[in-house]
Design a protein around this ligand. Structure first.
Ligand code: DGL
Length: 260
């Protein structure tokens, strides 16, 4: 199956999928040459989503995982129309889970401008935010810092601290990570929030949904062999490959440049 994101963020989803489906062969495409997607137009992201999906399908992906909230907002329905019959799994901020967990009924959602300003997100709020106060916040600069391999730097912590401040001042007790890059700094975000705030990722629920969909379609791979993982990027290999390998904790992971 093929995963894609604007960059390395979707690896947070891929990691959850590898844990749950270790025998599946997986492809990952980081669209690093066009990252970030968060401030782009819907049409631009649709064009990228189409080109990348075609690339992954040429490499025999049996399903597509849009491991990016922004691309899911812009392109999920469009991809489903473009590839009828193909299993396509997307991602959205876990507002439903937050609604269940929050005790004081105040939740925060971190995401990109594209996700938070989109139709899918407003529909999500219409359906699942009754009785909740929802505070949203883009985290300017965090995606770029993670892409540059600076996830652990003090300057990145400062970016996180600054973006969380307005949400914490509202007294939220639950925080949804509505961008797949953010779980890669889950520890720093949770540390800044403190123990009174539950921080919610979406990687695992998406991996479970993928498992259900593949099982229902009879597409799960039989046998015991561990699945292969091959990564591709549209960006410069010397910058992207070390970041991908560090996140996956695999210094030998194959990462190749692909002009898509
Ligand atoms: N990882 C992405 C998301 O889930 C995209 C971040 C970006 O490229 O702006 O929204």
């Amino acid at each position: 199956m093929g995963f894609f994101d604007s960059g390395v963020g979707g690896l947070s989803v891929l990691l959850a999928a590898r844990r749950l489906l270790p025998r599946e062969d997986m492809l990952y495409f980081a669209d690093s040459a066009h990252c970030p997607y968060g401030g782009r137009s819907r049409d631009f992201v649709r064009g990228r989503a189409l080109a990348i999906s075609r690339f992954l399908l040429r490499r025999r992906a049996k399903a597509i995982v849009v491991a990016c909230n922004s691309a899911s907002e812009a392109a999920l329905e469009f991809l489903r129309q473009a590839f009828p019959g193909l299993e396509i799994v997307g991602i959205e901020p876990a507002v439903k889970v937050a609604q269940r967990l929050s005790r004081n009924r105040r939740i925060g959602v971190l995401g990109t401008a594209l996700t938070l300003g989109g139709r899918r997100f407003s529909r999500l709020l219409e359906n699942f935010s009754a009785g909740l106060e929802v505070y949203t916040q883009p985290v300017a600069g965090l995606v770029e810092a993670i892409e540059a391999g600076r996830a652990g730097d003090e300057s990145t912590r400062e970016v996180i601290r600054r973006s969380l401040r307005p949400l914490l001042e509202k007294g939220i007790d639950t925080l949804v990570l509505g961008c797949t890059h953010y779980p890669l700094v889950h520890g720093a975000i949770a540390g800044e929030c403190g123990p009174g705030v539950a921080v919610i990722d979406t990687g695992e629920p998406v991996a479970r949904q993928l498992q259900r969909r593949l099982k229902a379609a009879g597409l799960l791979r039989p046998g015991q062999r561990r699945g292969r993982l091959d990564c591709f990027t549209s960006g410069p290999l010397r910058d992207v490959a070390p970041v991908v390998r560090a996140i996956m904790a695999d210094p030998d992971l194959p990462v190749a440049r692909a002009r898509v």
